[in-house]
Write a protein that binds this ligand. Structure first.
Ligand SMILES: [Zn+2]
Length: 408
């Protein structure tokens, strides 16, 4: 996620901010064994872990220095090639260069490189339509002599993308539409990589039927014992949320829908949303190591990443095969799902704080507790009424902004 938006109205960030004050001991997730025979067709936690440990290794220098980025680029291209994927860009290139300002004497410069590969669809007509699975590979590099490894932001999601690519590349039945695996650069710089891609796509963007991206999927919100992944964007495409809910999903993962407007523009879906491309954004939310040198590979829960990858694969498979793919709708459709999500999170925060207070060490300050209680009560009332009053929705967003200001 780009630094510049950290202070925008991100409701979840508020909670993560609260959680930086505590709850750190509550890390969920037990390893789950995947039978050997199923590894080829299902997301494999070991492969996911290998990608993350490689991309977040010290020699990658936080994927923000020229040398570190070069190693990440080499690794990703090697993966694309080993899967037999086709280069996405003209002249057989896996790389789309992002030009910078001209240097002295008019010499062109390159400031970043998007990476892309694709798997042509099986249907001779529908192969001209695309489902994009994306995760930015850049991170913050080295600052004040410290490496910002960016394991959860965003090596975990790059691993998800690579594992999705492997599963489709090895699948017996290729989807009817084409799948694109896109890893943008410069996400941490005002989403510049995805902005460049959207301004210079290899084909008209109307041919993109779904754009999926992910951030911070290897851990839970504030490391809370809440095995949820938040999915945003479904509100803009009728039926898309149902497709997500119908995708195969482990009982150990809960899919929770939120409106993307609650979180601001947090990732590479922003430029695609601007072009009215149906999108989904998967995220676990922030935690205390977000944008810190301590965001390291051993802290991710790879079974969790595998479960999320399974959902992504399921949704992409369906959208790549159905007769009627999702369509963009300017007017978002909001449901009680997001109210339920906020009620659940605030309820959990209060419960944990109650427990901590009983032990004589409250986790929330009195004012934080007041605010959390307030949101909890009001979302409960909304749920009891069993209907969403559209006039109340701005309250959700405003409350988020107020809370953010109160906490930071
Ligand atoms: Zn990020």
């Amino acid at each position: 996620m780009p630094l510049f938006q950290v202070r925008l109205a991100f409701f979840l960030a508020f909670f993560a901010g609260l959680l930086q004050t505590g709850f750190s001991e509550l890390v969920a997730g037990k390893p789950e064994n995947t039978p050997q025979s199923e590894k080829s067709s299902r997301p494999d936690p070991k492969s996911l872990s290998k990608h993350v440990f490689t991309l977040a290794a010290p020699e990658m220098e936080g994927r923000g220095t020229p040398a570190g980025k070069q190693k990440a680029v080499d690794y990703l291209i090697e993966q694309f090639e080993s899967l037999g994927l086709a280069p996405l860009f003209p002249d057989g290139q896996f790389i789309q260069e992002i030009p910078g300002p001209r240097a002295a004497g008019g010499r062109p410069t390159v400031v970043g490189r998007n990476l892309g590969a694709w798997l042509p669809g099986a249907d001779p007509v529908l192969r001209e339509e695309f489902v994009i699975i994306s995760a930015h590979y850049d991170h913050l590099g080295i600052r004040d002599g410290q490496i910002y490894h960016g394991a959860d932001d965003n090596a975990g999601s790059v691993a998800m993308m690579l594992e999705t690519a492997r599963i489709f590349a090895e699948a017996q039945n290729r989807p009817r539409r084409s799948l694109v695996f896109l890893s943008c650069d410069l996400e941490e710089n005002l989403l510049w990589g995805s902005r460049w891609f959207v301004a210079h796509p290899p084909w008209p963007l109307a041919q993109v039927k779904l754009f999926v991206t992910a951030e911070l999927i290897g851990r839970t919100l504030g490391d809370l014992p809440l095995p949820a992944v938040f999915v945003m964007g479904g509100e803009h495409s009728p039926g898309l949320r149902q497709l997500v809910d119908d995708a195969p999903c482990s009982s150990k993962l809960q899919v929770r829908h939120l409106g993307a407007d609650l979180v601001g523009t947090r990732s590479d879906y922003g430029p695609f949303r601007g072009e009215r491309v149906p999108f989904l954004f998967f995220s676990g939310g922030e935690h205390r190591d977000y944008h810190r040198p301590t965001d390291t590979a051993e802290k991710l829960d790879y079974d969790r990443v595998a479960h999320i990858t399974e959902v992504v694969c399921g949704v992409c498979r369906t959208v790549a095969d159905v007769d009627q793919p999702p369509r963009w709708n300017d007017a978002p459709e909001h449901t009680l799902d997001e109210v339920r999500t906020l009620e659940e999170i605030t309820g959990l925060l209060l419960k944990l704080d109650d427990r901590a207070r009983l032990a004589g060490k409250g986790r929330l300050s009195d004012s934080q507790r007041f605010t959390v209680s307030n949101v909890h009560q009001r979302t409960r009332q909304m749920l009891e009424r069993k209907e969403l009053d559209p006039a109340e929705r701005p309250w959700l967003v405003r409350a988020a902004q107020l809370l953010l200001l109160t906490v930071f």
